[in-house]
Ligand binder design. Structure first.
Ligand SMILES: [Cu+2]
Length: 498
C-alpha cells in the first residue's frame, strides 16, 4: 500500500511539472515572446537530469529495501546442495547487469542534457577511435566469459548424472493435465518398466508393465510425498500430454516435462521441513498469522511446507498441479515408506489385468513365511494345543494333486517341523459344500494325505504326522459366496503334542 502511494505521488508530481511547463509555454506564446522553443528545450534537459537522479536513487533504494527477496538471502535460502551455487550465479549476473544498467542510464540522460539544442554548437565529426572500440569490445567479452564459464561449471555440476553404483533414491514424476503422479520404486529400489500403450485411465495410469516384477512394489503417492534429508535424489521427469515443468522452488529444481522425451534432475535436500520452518521463524513476514481473520491461527512459519508445482502454463487447471514435499530424517522417511501400498497390490493383484492372477508371488510367499514362523512360535509358546491354517496350499480342481505354488508354504512348514522334532501334528483337509458330501469327505482325506506325503518327502518324520479328512463338516465361512467357499477349502495344521 505504502509503495502504491509513493508511486502515485511521483506520478502526480510529474503531471504537475508537465502542466506547469505547458502553462509557461502558453503564457509565452500569448506574450509573443521569441525563443519559446529554446526555453522548452532547456527545461526538458533539466527534467532529464532530475529524472536521472530520482530514478537511480529509487532503483538503488528499492534494491536495498527488498534485498531479503533476492535468491539466497533472508527467508529465500536454498534447501538443496546445489542451490547455493545457482543463487550465486543469479546474483553475479545481477551484479554485472546492475553496473551496466547504472552506466547506460547515466549516459542516456546526461547526453540528453548535455547535447540539447544549442544554436551556437557545431556538430563534432568523430569517425573512429580504436581505443574506444577495444574498450567496449574487451570489457563485455571478459564479463560474458566470466558469466558463461562459471555458468557452465555450475550447470555441469548440477546436471551430472549419478554414477551407477552411487547410492541414491530414484523416483519418477509424470505430468499430465492436471496433476503430478509421483512413483516410488518400492522395496527393491528399482522402478519397473513402462509402456505408454499400456496406459488405461483409472486402471494403469502410468502404463506400467505388470509382467516386469520390478513394478509390483512400486507405489504412487497422494498429495504429500516424503524424501529423506541429505540423500541424493534422482527424479525421472516425463509427461503424458503437453509440456509441463517439474518445479521445486526451494530446492532450485526446475526441469521441463516433455511427452516422449525423458528428462531428469538430481538434487540433495539439505534442510528438513522442520529446519526450514525454524529459519523462517526469524522473519517478521513469517510471524504473521496464517489466517489473518483468525487470531488463534498458527503463524505462517508453522504452516510452511515445501511445494511441488508445475512451472509451465499447461492449461486451465495449471494452478492445481501442486503437491507438498516433506523433507524428514531417514527414520521418519523409512516409516512413511513402509506404510505405502504398492499400486499393483491394491489395484491390479488377482484382477483380470494381473498376469500373475491365481499364482503366488515371491513377495507374498516371503511375507507368508514370516507370518507362519510367528504363528508357529506363538503356538509353541502357548499352553494350549493350537491349529494353524495353511493359507497357500492349493490343489488342482477336484483332485489331490498339489499345485506348484503350494511348495513355498509347505517348505516353510517342513523346516519348522524338522527344527522341532518333538512336535506331533495332524494335517486336516476341508472342502466347501459344493458337490457330493461323501465325495468331499474322500477328497479332503486324499488332500491331507498328499500334504503329509509332500512334507515327508522334505524330510519330516512320518511318525510325527497324521492326516484326517473333514469334508465339508467344519465350514469357517459361508458356502454361499465364492470368497466364503474359498475360505472353507483349506488345509489345517493341528499341533497334537509338543
Ligand atoms: Cu503443468
Amino acid at each position: 500500500m505504502t509503495g502504491l502511494v509513493i508511486v502515485a505521488i511521483f506520478i502526480l508530481l510529474a503531471v504537475i511539472l508537465v502542466q506547469i511547463g505547458r502553462l509557461t509555454e502558453v503564457a509565452a506564446v500569448i506574450r509573443g515572446e521569441e525563443n519559446v522553443a529554446m526555453a522548452t528545450n532547456n527545461r526538458n534537459a533539466v527534467y532529464m537530469l532530475i529524472f536521472l537522479v530520482v530514478f537511480l536513487i529509487y532503483c538503488v533504494a528499492s534494491a536495498w529495501f527488498y534485498k531479503d527477496r533476492m535468491l539466497g538471502y533472508g527467508p529465500h535460502t536454498a534447501a538443496s546442495a546445489h542451490g547455493g551455487q545457482l543463487d550465486s550465479i543469479f546474483n553475479t549476473t545481477l551484479f554485472f547487469t546492475g553496473i551496466v544498467f547504472v552506466i547506460t542510464h547515466i549516459a542516456l540522460f546526461w547526453f540528453a542534457y548535455k547535447y540539447r539544442e544549442d544554436k551556437n554548437r557545431i556538430a563534432y565529426f568523430f569517425p573512429h577511435s580504436t581505443f574506444l572500440e577495444v574498450i567496449w569490445t574487451a570489457i563485455p567479452t571478459v564479463v560474458m566469459a566470466i558469466l558463461v564459464v562459471r555458468g557452465l561449471i555450475v550447470w555441469n555440476a548440477t546436471m551430472a548424472d549419478v554414477a551407477p553404483e552411487e547410492e541414491h533414491i530414484e523416483i519418477e514424476a509424470t505430468g499430465s493435465q492436471f496433476l503430478w503422479e509421483i512413483r516410488y520404486p518400492g522395496a527393491d529400489n528399482k522402478l519397473g518398466a513402462k509402456n505408454f500403450r499400456l496406459i488405461k485411465p483409472g486402471i494403469n495410469p502410468l502404463g506400467q508393465n505388470w509382467e516386469d516384477t520390478k513394478n509390483l512394489d512400486d507405489f504412487l503417492v497422494g498429495d504429500v510425498f516424503y524424501l529423506p534429508v541429505n540423500k541424493k535424489v534422482r527424479v525421472r521427469i516425463t509427461a503424458k500430454d503437453v509440456l509441463h515443468n517439474f518445479y521445486l522452488p526451494h530446492f532450485r529444481v526446475k526441469m521441463d516435462a516433455v511427452p516422449g522425451l525423458p528428462t531428469h534432475f538430481i538434487f540433495t535436500p539439505t534442510k528438513t521441513t522442520e529446519e526450514y520452518r525454524q529459519e523462517l521463524k526469524n522473519y517478521p513476514e513469517y510471524q504473521a498469522l496464517s489466517d489473518p481473520e483468525d487470531p488463534e491461527s498458527p503463524q505462517r512459519w508453522e504452516t510452511f511446507d515445501y511445494e511441488l508445482a508445475c512451472a509451465e502454463l499447461c492449461g486451465y487447471g495449471h494452478y492445481s498441479m501442486r503437491k507438498t514435499l516433506k523433507i524428514v530424517s531417514q527414520e521418519e522417511y523409512d516409516d512413511w515408506f513402509a506404510q505405502q501400498q504398492p499400486y499393483y497390490m491394491s489395484n491390479i493383484r488377482n484382477t483380470d489385468n494381473d498376469p500373475f492372477k491365481g499364482k503366488l508371488l515371491k513377495v507374498e510367499a516371503a511375507k507368508r513365511a514370516r507370518e507362519l514362523k510367528s504363528e508357529f512360535k506363538s503356538a509353541m509358546d502357548s499352553d494350549k494345543l493350537s491349529t494353524i491354517r495353511l493359507k497357500n496350499v492349493f490343489f488342482e480342481t477336484g483332485s489331490s494333486t498339489l499345485k506348484d505354488d503350494s511348495k513355498y508354504e509347505l517348505n516353510e512348514v517342513a523346516e519348522l517341523l524338522k527344527a522341532n522334532p518333538n512336535v506331533k501334528v495332524e494335517l486336516g483337509g476341508h472342502t466347501d459344500s459344493t458337490g457330493d458330501e461323501s465325495a468331499n469327505q474322500v477328497l479332503s482325506m486324499q488332500r491331507a494325505e498328499s500334504v503329509v506325503n509332500y512334507l515327508s518327502s522334505k524330510g519330516v518324520s512320518q511318525s510325527n504326522m497324521s492326516s484326517k479328512g473333514y469334508g465339508q463338516s467344519r465350514p469357517v465361512d459361508t458356502n454361499d459366496t465364492d470368497e466364503g467357499r474359498q475360505n472353507n477349502r483349506r488345509t489345517e495344521l493341528k499341533i497334537t503334542a509338543k
